[in-house]
Design a protein around this ligand. Structure first.
Ligand SMILES: Nc1ncnc2c1ncn2[C@@H]1O[C@H](COP(=O)(O)OP(=O)(O)OP(=O)(O)O)[C@@H](O)[C@H]1O
Ligand SMILES: [Mg+2]
Length: 228
């Protein structure tokens, strides 16, 4: 489960606006997502979608408010090792992919499994299966710089889901994909959530949201303006 109550968070350089008012990337955010549910995360550019996903990915902690993630009460006193272990249960697709440039597609996708110290025969079976699924089996030896934008994005998606995490966070995971691939990716994320993984997907793609109706968290100016 994810539970936020009155969570506020701001970027380091974002304390004051031009008129001296306090600006926050996220202001008084409260919502709950039960385990295994799917949510769209919507809102105009600059609304705070990526900021909220980074917070849910534990890349940063709230400035104030209550935050519970996967059964852990997240507060500054939580140790780094607890946070690191928790992050291993989260798969994240960043808006800018964040693939490791020196690693092949297969090794990028294998990273979460190797972090879990899974047996190498297991690793190669799981990596091959997921690369087949995202239609990248033929590119498994390529480095990220040799890939198209869509191929990089599918690599990032494969890496986020390969270890069957408890939570998948995806920041505009279909913006580099053609329509049929985008639908396939969302259909897969819906399946993953039906099997018990919580999935949150930020998107600007209204057509995709209409094709896959689901409850949506909607942000505007860092505030949650609807959740239905
Ligand atoms: N590193 C930063 N330092 C200061 N302010 C930032 C930083 N990164 C983002 N912001 C600001 O935080 C707010 C929220 O940004 P965020 O990236 O979360 O929006 P978003 O909803 O993901 O937008 P988009 O749809 O364009 O990806 C914006 O006002 C943005 O200008
Ligand atoms: Mg964003």
């Amino acid at each position: 489960m994810i539970r936020l109550h009155n969570v506020t968070w701001r970027h380091a350089g974002q304390m004051r606006g031009r008129r001296g008012e306090t600006l926050s990337a996220l202001t008084s955010i409260s919502f709950t997502v039960p385990q295994g549910e799917f949510r769209w995360l919507l809102g105009p550019s600059g609304a705070g979608k990526s900021s909220l996903l980074r917070l849910l990915h534990l890349e940063t902690l709230p400035a104030s408010g209550e935050f519970e993630l996967l059964g852990v009460d997240i507060r500054p006193a939580v140790g780094r090792s607890v946070l690191a272990r928790l992050r291993q249960r989260i798969g994240m697709v960043h808006q800018d992919f964040r693939l490791m440039p020196t690693l092949s597609v297969a090794d990028n996708v294998a990273l979460p499994l190797r972090l879990q110290r899974r047996h190498e025969t297991d690793v190669s079976t799981e990596v091959d299966a997921i690369l087949n699924w995202v239609d990248l089996a033929a590119r498994k030896g390529a480095r990220p710089a040799e890939l198209s934008g869509g191929e990089q994005q599918r690599t990032a998606i494969a890496r986020a889901v390969v270890a069957r995490p408890d939570l998948v966070l995806a920041d505009e995971p279909t913006n580099a994909l053609e329509e049929s691939q985008a639908s396939r990716v969302i259909a897969m994320l819906r399946e993953i959530s039906a099997m018990g993984t919580t999935v949150i997907v930020a998107t600007h793609n209204d057509a995709l949201v209409r094709r896959f109706p689901a409850q949506a968290l909607r942000l505007e100016h860092g505030r949650l303006v609807s959740n239905e």
